[in-house]
Design a protein around this ligand. Structure first.
Ligand code: NAD
Length: 459
């Protein structure tokens, strides 16, 4: 049984039956049998299901937000924000799928000979998902997969399963046949068992450690593998900004969703000329955050979704302090029910400390001084991850000079912790393989077939 626990109280909410090898086999076989008929339907019909899914989701937003908050702890307003932002994401797929998979004639001769590319679905794909933004990261995969004619075996995270089941219900009511979209319930072992089914691709969102296991598990089968993994995303604050305004922006990028965003700011570098003012303002902003019940209006930092992450954060903070960091605020779990950790800011950190190397995925951050732009670039690139990086300066040319040299899939000038459905979302090195979103993220779910037509038949 899978126990669903409310992280704000630590109390169980519900128990669900987990999938077994037998139920998985049945779901995979059903998907395999029905996928060709789904793929045969005109793309416009499948796109229409996506549009209706968006309408239902918008209409039922309040209940869905409450479910999400109760099972993973993000403040209710942040759950509502995620659901509101789904309109643009769904809209992107609805508006662009037909064009992305349209035939392409690449050559046509006077003799009628033709070279044409047609896009075909992969078949049955597994979508193993994370809990931190379950609507975003799930829909990056299952929507374009379904709209391009695939069947999907969708395993929501064990920390967002009620949301996963709600998504399935919305999709069915939007017209997606149950036979081509199955929800898989369970934790890591169930995910591992899902990979043993006959699948044509696996699309994963989660940590580097699990992503690596998944890549290894399916390596011999040479199926499509796409991994959206963690980050240790840096922000660099130049000396020509208002330190107080920049501190507020960077702090929000670090602490929104209790720091549990793949593209949360996880390291801050500040030009030496303003480091003191910036750091003071940053710590002040963080001290001002309201921490507490995620259902209560005005809460900005809720509990962590996973109890075990408290020990990870504590180890990073203790390691930093032991090695000479200055603790400006926080530094401990919050006593009482629920999985709360104090918003924590550390200054005078170095790259010898875990806090500047390992993903934190929680409300803790290190701030480090950089002597100049070159040093900032060197420090920002000193990581195994490569998801996003941000620079704050009024000078666009300066920003571009810095951002060009960074080895990351997404770069930001005067913004951070932001995803656009119109652009590829892609990590480098330990942050992943492949892209979702954008046209590339639709094409991820199809494969080309090259057609050579020659009307000159020897008869
Ligand atoms: P996780 O790796 O613990 O779990 C992700 C999913 O994998 C879950 O559904 C889990 O049940 C499943 N799983 C675990 N072990 C498995 C195995 N051996 N085989 C198959 N499936 C298995 O990650 P999480 O805690 O859910 O998510 C947090 C991580 O996700 C962070 O590292 C975060 O940065 C990353 N993330 C990345 C993006 C992105 O777009 N790059 C987005 C969101 C989250």
């Amino acid at each position: 049984m899978l126990q669903i626990i409310n992280p704000a109280t630590g109390r169980p909410m519900e128990e669900l039956d987990e999938d077994t090898p037998e139920t998985l086999r049945r779901k995979a076989e059903m998907a395999r049998r029905h996928q060709p008929a789904w793929a045969e339907r005109p793309v416009a019909e499948r796109v229409e299901c996506g549009r209706r899914f968006g309408e239902l989701l918008a209409a039922e937003k309040d209940g869905l937000a409450a479910t999400l908050t109760s099972e993973m702890g993000k403040p209710l307003q942040q759950s509502i924000n995620e659901l509101n932002a789904m309109a643009a994401r769904i809209g992107f797929f609805v508006d662009n799928t037909e064009a992305a998979v349209r035939d392409e004639v690449v050559q046509r001769g006077d003799d009628g000979a033709e070279e044409r590319i047609r896009w075909e679905p992969l078949g049955v794909v597994a979508n193993i998902s994370a809990w931190n933004y379950p609507y975003f990261v799930g829909s990056n995969v299952f929507l374009p997969a379904l709209l391009t004619g695939n069947a999907v075996l969708y395993k929501p995270s064990e920390f967002a399963t009620l949301t996963g089941l709600a998504i399935a219900d919305l999709l069915y009511r939007a017209g997606v046949p149950r036979e081509v979209f199955a929800t898989v319930v369970g934790g890591g072992p169930v995910g591992a068992a899902l990979l043993e089914q006959k699948i044509d691709g696996v699309f994963f969102t989660g940590s580097y450690g699990t992503g690596r296991k998944i890549a290894e598990a399916v390596a011999g089968r040479l199926i499509r593998v796409q991994l959206e993994l963690g980050g240790k995303d840096p922000a660099y604050i130049c000396d020509d900004v208002d330190p107080v305004g920049a501190a507020a922006a960077a702090a929000e990028g670090a602490f929104y969703n209790a720091g549990q965003s793949c593209c949360a700011v996880e390291r801050v570098y500040v030009h030496r000329a303003i480091v003191r003012e910036f750091t003071d303002a940053f710590a002040d902003a963080v001290r001002g955050y309201r921490v507490g019940d995620p259902m209560e209006e005005g809460t900005f930092v809720g509990p962590l979704a996973r109890k075990q992450q408290i020990a990870v954060l504590q180890e990073q903070v203790d390691d930093a302090v032991r090695r000479g960091a200055t603790l400006l605020c926080g530094g401990k779990p919050i006593d009482g029910d629920g999985y709360y950790y104090q918003p924590t800011v550390l200054a005078n950190v170095t790259h010898e400390m875990k806090i500047m190397r390992d993903e934190s995925f929680g409300p803790v951050i290190g701030i480090m001084e950089a002597g100049d732009d070159d040093e900032a670039v060197r420090l920002m690139n000193d990581t195994e991850y490569g998801l996003t990086a941000a620079v704050y300066t009024p000078d666009r040319e300066r920003a571009e000079r810095v951002l060009k040299r960074l080895d990351a899939g997404t770069v930001y000038w005067n913004c951070c912790d932001r995803v656009s459905p119109r652009m590829p979302w892609t990590g480098r090195r330990h942050s992943g393989i492949g892209s979702t979103l954008g046209t590339i993220g639709i094409r991820a779910f199809v494969q080309p077939k090259s057609w050579h037509f020659n009307p000159a038949c020897p008869v």
